[in-house]
Design a protein around this ligand. Sequence first.
Ligand code: UPG
Length: 601
Amino acid sequence: NLGLLAERDVALAESLAAEGQQEIFAAWDAPGTGDAEKLDFFKQIRTLDGNYPGGLGCYLRNARGLLQASAEGANPLAGWTPSVPRDTFRPEVGSEEFMAYEELGASEVGACCFVIPAGGLGERLGFHGVKLALPAELVTPSKVLEVYCAYLRAFQDLAEKKSSSRSRLPLVIMASSDTEAGIRSLLESNNYFGLEPEQVTILLQEKVAALARSDALLSMEGRYKVGTKPHGHGDIHFLLHSKGMAKRWLEEGRRWVLFFQDTNTLYLTTFLCSLGVSAKHGLRANVVAMPRKAKEAVGSIARLTHSDGKCIVANVEYNQLEPLLKATGGDGDVNGPDGFSPYPGNTNELIFSLPQYVSVLEETGGQMPEFINPKYTDASRSTFKSPTRLECMMQDFLKLLPAEEVGVTCYPLEFGYFPCKNDIATAARLAAEGTPPHGAASAEAAVYHAYAELLRRVGRTSHVAAPTARHWCGGPQLLGPAVVLWPSFAPSCAELRRRLGEVVLEEGSTLEVRGDVHLGRLTLAGALRVVAGEGATLHVPQLEVRNRGGEFVALTEAEQAGEAPEELRIRGYRYVLHEVEEIKVSEPGIYTYADGTLTRS
Ligand code: UPG
C-alpha cells in the first residue's frame, strides 16, 4: 500500500517491516488514498529516528529486549547487592571546612555550565503554569527560575572577582512540548531575569514512540500517526551530545557541568561547596544527597556490587530499594537509630567533570540506561492497559561510571531537597502519615528555614526564633521567621559572614536582604527589607525594628475552592504584609544607614 513514495521512504518502510511493524502498513489504504497522511507518517518516522541514539530501529530493539524481560517478570536489579556508599563527604554548613570548599568552588564556578531539565508538567501539583514560574516563597515572591538566575548572576560576580575577566555562565533549560512556550514566555517577559539572552539555551525534548504490545508494535493513533510519550529526564544527555553543546563547552575551556531540577532553590545555597568538593577530590561525578526517611518518595544513593564484580554508585528508586534490600538479606527500607535510612536521599543534583562527561557521551552516543514500566491487564503479563514506552533518567548517567569515580556529598536536612510536586490533598495525607509532603507549603517553609539556618550557623551569636507549628488545609507545617537572603547578599557562607553581625530575629519576623549590604547588630520583631542595588554598598551598623510586620493567613473556604490564584490554593494560605521597614539604595555608591538617616560617603 505504499504507492509512489520517495526512495528514502520506501527504505524506511522496509526497515520498519524488518523490525516487525508490517501490521501498520497492512492497515493502510490502497495507493492513491491517504497519500498526504502517508507522507506525514514518514516525516514523523524520520523525526523519531533522529531523536533517539542509534535511531528508531535501535529503540524498537531495546524495547523488545526490555519488554521480554518484563513479561518474564525479571528483576532489573537481579545480581546487584546494595550497600551504603562509602566515604560520603559531609561538610558541616558554615564550618571552616565548608568555607574552604566554597572558596575552591568560587575559583571554579566561572568554568561551570548549568543545566535544568524542565520538561515535566506540574500535573500532580494542581498548578497549570510551568513549574519554573512557581513562587519559591510568598514574601518576595520570586519565581523559581528568578532565584536560579539570581544565583547564576551572583556566581558570575564571584568568578569575575577571582579572574578579573567577564564571565557569562551558560544555562541550558530542557523543555518539552508541554513546557516550551511557558518557559520561553517566562524568560522573555522577565528580561531573562538579568541574564543575557545569549547565555540561555532552551533545548526541546521530543517524545518517543509509544508501544502497543510486548513485541514492541508501534501504537498508532489512527492509521498514519504513531502515538508518542515522554521518554524522561535522561534525554538531557542525548540532547547535550546531539546538539554538540557539551563538546562546544569543552572547547571553550569550561570544566564542570551541574544538573538540577525545577522546583528546589536550595540546591544553590550549598552548590559552591559541592563544586569545591568535586575539584578538591577530582571527582568525575558528584551526587548531592541528604538524609532520607525510610519510604520517603525520593530515590536513594547506594553502592551496588554485581555478582560479576562490577561496582557502581547510583540512584535506586524508592519503590525498588525495599525489595532489593529484602532480596539481599536485609530488613528492607527502615530507619536507623538516628531516625533516617542509612541510604542517603537523592536530590538529583549532579556535578560532572566536563572532560570526562564529554568522553562518556562520545562513547555512548548519549544513550542512557533505560527501563520500561508497562501496566499489564492481568497476571499473564501479555497485554497492556495503555500503550507503554522506554524511559530514562538523568541520574542514571552514574551507572555508566565505575564506583571509584563517583563521590557523594551529603548536607543536613535543612539544605536538602524540598520539591513542590504534590497537590494540597496529597501533601496533607503524606504529612498525616509522617512522610515529607513535597507540597508547596513544605517547599516554601524549607526556603525560610534554610536561610534562617544560615543566619544561625554563620552569624555571630545570632538568635533566630525556632519554627512553630501552623495548620493549613495541606496539613501541619513548621514555620519559622520568613528569611530570604538573596544570592547577591549571600552567594557563599564566607560572604555572608563578612556581611553579617549579630542578628536577633523574633518569632513571626520577616527579613529580606538583597545586594551588598553589611548588617551589624540587628534586632527584628516585624518586617524589614534591606536592598542595595547594583554598584551600591550599604552599611547598617545597628538597627532595631519593631513593627506589625507580616503574617501567613489561611485562605477562606471560597478562596480555597477557586477564588484565590492557583499558586495560593496549592499551599492553602497567603502572606499579608501589614507594615515593613524598607531601607533601599538604588544608585551606585557607598551608603550608611544610622539613626533613621541614610548618608552617602
Ligand atoms: N523532567 C523532564 N522531562 C521529563 C520528565 C521530567 O525534563 O520527561 C524534569 C522535570 O521537569 C524535573 C526533573 O526532570 O525538573 C525531575 O522530574 P520529577 O518528575 O520532578 O522527578 P521525579 O520523578 O519525582 O524524581 C526525580 C528523580 C528521583 C529522585 C527525585 C527526587 O528521578 O530519582 O529521587 O527526583 O530527587
